[in-house]
Design a protein around this ligand. Structure first.
Ligand SMILES: *Cc1c(COP(=O)(O)O)cnc(C)c1O
Ligand SMILES: [Zn+2]
Length: 411
């Protein structure tokens, strides 16, 4: 067996799969013994698809659930880099995953594990993207699925989840409230918790490190100076950093990139902690979270401590951006790189702009921005700041006038 579970609180090692420490209720970590460096290096070096990383994913058997996750494009955003006067900007477009966000990497692993553990049913608390991903993998794996989301979740995410055949319940509360409610459901019914936060499910958390593995291969093992990641619960930033640490330990890379975490100003628990140099365990819940980047609107970031630790460890940075900066970044990325990012994902571009202006990131740097999800996940925000198209009749002169107006605007 390639991994063991170790309790963060009592340090007990477990050989039986479970979601929390049976002794003390502590959070569990999957630890892979990377002693056989040649073997694991060759796994990471030679992988062509997500499941080629299987020896580094926490499964015991041969079977896994896939709908084509991972292997997303790394787009060279040359025009964006020129506009911002920075050496190189690369965009890892996680919107290309089957359900439109990186959550597919998490839930592909999560459902493979749940199936292996013979889960009677699954349940997830989510802002909508993880819920949609869970619903898709539940459908593929033939496991019952309950998705609990804030009542305000975008119609795109709701309808996607329903089409995958999941049971969906809207909660009058925020995503942290949804996650808290379902902990009791899991305990009472013995259902498996697929929530994409490490304390809820340590298996799914292993999925995001594959983003780092893919990046390293795509960059020919030459690390960028910075990797910019939006922070919701903090799981994706933590996971990507773990992937870089693995590759450093294996000798596949010699330099660690600096990790920059970005949050929106109405919901910025990790950034607030960073700004006062707080310890990772001192990240504090935000009362009344608000913002347009709803996918990262976590009042209490369950992986905020490990994300902050990764930021400190890598001499990184944490920054907040506002709704206008997100809107500008969304338009800029779309119109210069051909990548339509949802508001939460546009935060990595907005963060890049801000950190360049602050002088934290220099013009000589190479930067990778993680675009965590597709703009089609939440069109209402984009519609609110996009120009509306003109409507004309079937009349040549009217059409000509409309074209002229377009040309004068784009000048
Ligand atoms: C979930 C999500 C995030 C945040 O990920 P965490 O692991 O919660 O930090 C960012 N962007 C999108 C599009 C998401 O769905
Ligand atoms: Zn324990």
């Amino acid at each position: 067996m390639s991994y063991r579970l170790v309790c963060r609180a009592c340090h007990k090692e477990l050989f039986e799969d479970c979601y929390r420490c049976p002794e003390c209720g502590g959070v569990l970590d999957c630890r892979f013994d990377l002693k056989d460096k040649t073997y694991y290096s060759s796994v990471i070096k030679n992988a062509q698809t997500f499941w080629d990383y299987k020896p580094l994913l926490p499964l015991k058997g041969e079977n896994y659930i896939t709908i084509g996750e991972g292997s997303t494009a790394l787009v060279d955003a040359e025009r964006l880099a020129t506009k911002l006067s920075v050496r190189k900007v690369l965009v890892k477009n996680e919107g290309q995953n089957p359900t439109g966000t990186f959550k597919d990497r998490c839930l592909s692993v999560g459902y493979s594990k749940a199936k292996e553990m013979k889960a009677p049913a699954t349940v997830i608390g989510s802002a909508g993207n993880a819920g949609a991903a869970a619903a898709a993998y539940a459908a593929k794996s033939e496991l019952p699925c309950f998705v609990m989301v804030p009542a305000t979740t975008s119609m795109e995410r709701v309808v996607q989840t329903l089409m995958y055949g999941a049971n969906m319940i809207k909660i009058n509360g925020n995503v942290s409230d949804c996650i808290e409610m379902l902990t009791k459901v899991c305990r009472a019914r013995g259902w498996h918790n697929m929530t994409t936060a490490h304390p809820c499910n340590p298996f799914q958390a292993e999925g995001t490190k594959t983003i780092a593995y893919e990046l390293a291969r795509e960059l020919d093992w030459r690390m960028p100076d910075w990797v910019i990641v939006p922070i919701g619960g903090g799981g994706i930033l933590t996971g990507i950093y773990k992937g870089f640490c693995d590759m450093k330990a294996l000798g596949l890379i010699d330099k660690m990139p600096r990790m920059a975490g970005v949050q929106e100003d109405g919901c910025s628990a990790v950034v607030n902690a960073f700004q006062i140099h707080a310890k990772p365990e001192e990240v504090k819940r935000v009362e009344c979270p608000s913002g347009v980047a709803v996918a990262i609107n976590d009042a209490y970031p369950l992986d905020g401590g490990t994300a902050l630790a990764a930021i400190y460890d890598s001499s990184g940075y944490a920054e907040k951006v506002n709704a206008q900066e997100i809107a500008d970044a969304q338009s800029l990325l779309g119109s210069t790189a051909g990548v339509f990012a949802e508001p939460a994902s546009a935060c990595s571009i907005a963060g890049l702009v801000k950190l360049l202006n602050k002088g934290v990131i220099g013009s000589e740097h190479t930067v990778v921005c993680i675009v965590t999800g597709s703009g089609l996940k939440d069109t209402s925000f984009a519609i609110s700041h996009a120009n509306s198209p003109q409507v004309v009749n079937m009349d040549d002169a009217e059409l000509s006038g409309a074209i002229e107006r377009c040309l004068s605007i784009s000048k």
